[in-house]
Every structure is written in C-alpha cells, then in structure tokens.
Design a binder for this molecule. Structure first.
Ligand SMILES: NC(=O)C1=CN([C@@H]2O[C@H](COP(=O)(O)OP(=O)(O)OC[C@H]3O[C@@H](n4cnc5c(N)ncnc54)[C@H](O)[C@@H]3O)[C@@H](O)[C@H]2O)C=CC1
Ligand SMILES: O=C(O)C1=N[C@H](C(=O)O)C[C@H](O)C1
Length: 171
C-alpha cells in the first residue's frame, strides 16, 4: 500500500501504524525527490546552527487544498524539532495573530499561504542575528509528486511488511 494523503489526525495515524505491520506500506506526505533531499538538507543545517538561529517553516499551495498546514510543512517541522531536540507539540506555533508576545527561543513557526494553482512551495528560514539562511523548494507542477508515487508503488510490491519511509524508495 502507498499512502500519500495528508491531514490525518492522531487517531487515524495510530490506525495506520497499527495495521502497517501486516502489509508492505510506504507513507509519505511528499513523494518528490526534491522535497526529500530538502528534508535531509534542513536536518544538516539545523544540526550545525543549533539553537542560535530561529526556525520558521512557510508553505504555499493552491486554493483547492483543504488541509493546513501542508503535510510536508508538518514533516519539516517534525524533522527540525527532532534534530534540535525539541518536542513539536510544545514548540510548534501555527501562524500568529494578535498580541502573542515576543518570539520564544525554541518555538518553530509554521505558516500557510493559499492561492491560485500553486503546486506547492516550501521554505525553511533559519534567522540569526545579522544573517539568515533560506532553503526553498518550489513545485512547478505535480509531476515530481506523481513520479515518486509511481516509484513507491513499484517498490512496495517487493518490500517486506511494515511501514517504510519514502527515503528507502528514492535514495
Ligand atoms: N504525498 C504527496 O506527494 C502528495 C500528497 N497529496 C495529498 O493528497 C490528498 C489529495 O489531494 P488532491 O489530489 O489535490 O485532492 P483532490 O481534491 O483533487 O482529490 C481528492 C479526491 O479524493 C476523492 N475522495 C474524497 N474523499 C474520499 C473518500 N472518502 N474515499 C475515496 N475517495 C475520496 C475526491 O472525490 C477526489 O477525487 C491531499 O491530502 C494532499 O495533501 C497531494 C499531492 C502530492
Ligand atoms: O495538496 C497538495 O497539493 C499537496 N499536498 C502535500 C502536502 O500536504 O504536503 C504534498 C504537496 O505539497 C502537494
């Protein structure tokens, strides 16, 4: 089975994890090679910069998307939190509005933009004092996502039972 849909709640994810050991399964919020390389890149950068730089994730998608933030942005935030030894459920800040107070050192901001037919852009900002690093992936169309899903479908037919990461398929 290949699961590419996003927007699952905790209970639904728990069901996937409970059932996955019975069949070969690949689950990924983003099937493209580019985004999965970016996931590795942000892990590397976060490891080097550590707590010295503020980390924010920004995503932009088409106006038909129903879940927010994107599964990819959430995955990025998870990877960043894990790398920086933080708990995303404690440090994740989903948009800001009103007198929210100064930014706390360890928070990870996650922001969603919606419009037109954007195929999907993701940026991770590492903002320091005097400089910032921005890592961006821009989807020009959905072909890379479809190509990754097809590779996952072919790969999973010969895979052992259990839940596999898309990195096993692509790299
Ligand atoms: N992992 C990845 O690389 C990608 C993931 N996605 C995710 O895939 C999902 C779908 O995105 P889109 O294709 O843009 O949406 P869409 O709205 O174009 O298509 C969704 C389709 O699912 C059908 N559907 C809805 N509820 C259903 C149900 N209960 N049973 C069977 N079919 C049902 C709808 O009728 C519709 O045809 C989203 O969660 C999106 O984030 C999208 C692109 C790439
Ligand atoms: O809904 C979309 O279009 C996409 N959804 C996935 C997500 O939520 O991350 C993957 C990709 O960004 C396109």
């Amino acid at each position: 089975m290949v699961i590419a849909t996003t927007g699952y709640d905790e209970e639904e994810l728990a069901q996937v994890h409970a059932l996955a050991p019975q069949i070969p399964c690949v689950m990924a919020s983003n099937m493209s090679v580019g985004i999965n390389v970016m996931l590795q890149a942000i892990q590397l950068v976060a490891n080097v910069l550590g707590d010295d730089y503020d980390v924010e994730v920004i995503e932009a998608h088409h106006n038909q998307k129903v879940d927010s933030p994107s599964g990819t942005a959430l995955r990025m935030a998870e990877v960043l939190a894990q790398t920086l030894d933080r708990n995303l459920s404690e440090v994740g800040v989903y948009g800001r509005h009103g007198i929210v107070g100064k930014r706390t050192k360890k928070e990870i901001g996650i922001h969603a933009i919606r419009g037109g037919d954007l195929a999907g852009d993701h940026t991770v900002l590492f903002v320091g004092t005097g400089d910032r690093l921005e890592i961006t992936h821009r989807g020009q169309n959905r072909e890379p996502l479809a190509r990754g899903a097809i590779r996952a479908a072919r790969w999973v037919m010969g895979a052992p039972k259990g839940l596999h990461d898309i990195a096993e398929v692509l790299f």
